[in-house]
Ligand binder design. Sequence first.
Ligand SMILES: C[S@@+](CC[C@H](N)C(=O)[O-])C[C@H]1O[C@@H](n2cnc3c(N)ncnc32)[C@H](O)[C@@H]1O
Length: 308
Amino acid sequence: MNQQDKNSTRGEALFGHVSVMPNEVCEFLSVRSGGVYVDGTLGLGGHAQMILKSLGGAGRLIAIDQDLSALEQARKRLAEYGEQCVLVHDNFKNIDAILNARGEHAIDGALLDLGVSSYQLDEAERGFSIKGDGPLDMRMNSQGSVSAYELVNTLPENEIERIIREYGEDRFSKRIAKSICYVRANAPISTTEDLRRAVMKAMPQGRSWQKTHPATRTFQAFRIAVNQELDVLTIGLKALIRRLSSGGRIVIISFHSLEDRIVKNIFREEAQNGVLNILTRKPLIPSDKEAEENPRSRSAKLRAAERI
Ligand SMILES: C[S@@+](CC[C@H](N)C(=O)[O-])C[C@H]1O[C@@H](n2cnc3c(N)ncnc32)[C@H](O)[C@@H]1O
């Protein structure tokens, strides 16, 4: 892919999400013309478009998203690739079943660009964002069973505390859990604004919050719990590695330390087993320029490996 193509992919703010670390993804995925690739987190299709361009008219991309609405938007963007791009509404943890159903066995490469897209964050009614007000949902797959509303309003205090401590790594987890249970005893916490207020009630008085909103970690924690993100990553990543053909590449972009730790540990384990060759000794982070142009890229960490 030439520089102009990469720039046009990066600049597709038009589609509501600017793809993170596009040059690094291209370099480490090193797409072979005619190969079979998996994009397990299609989103609005920015990275997918880069992969399809590099495939050069042959080979296939299996592009998966559990969010039907993202999938439909990507479908329009990628229409010109026709049957070369196989769109799948599913969770990437089901990659074995997805590939088997399509008669694919080994793959030449896979990409996971984890978390939510800007598009999902910007839609208040999805309930992901601490900005705006919307129902307390947070399901990436709107057909999924449990929403944040159910967890926040039904789990016992100690379980809420554990979620906020483990998945949000918030030092005020005890206070926040107590406040949530106190507030919901009067009326259900049904909107993102309600949850934000319950968190603020737990914050020590007299502090000024400048950089990050105090509820950010609690929101992250419930999003991870609702979508079971850590279990899904562990299952999906191991399955993708098993499917890689020799010389096949895997690239993972994560956005918080819990995900990055899982990727690091699985890569390390598979390297010790003689299965993977790790290509990034330390995770790559976006350039200063990218972080400035696309603030949502700031917490990204990219790790890549090659199947031996
Ligand atoms: C950060 S966005 C991907 C952006 C995309 N790479 C691009 O360039 O436009 C992450 C997407 O992955 C999807 N997603 C997250 N976890 C998933 C999972 N376990 N299975 C399928 N899709 C998932 C989300 O719904 C979201 O649309």
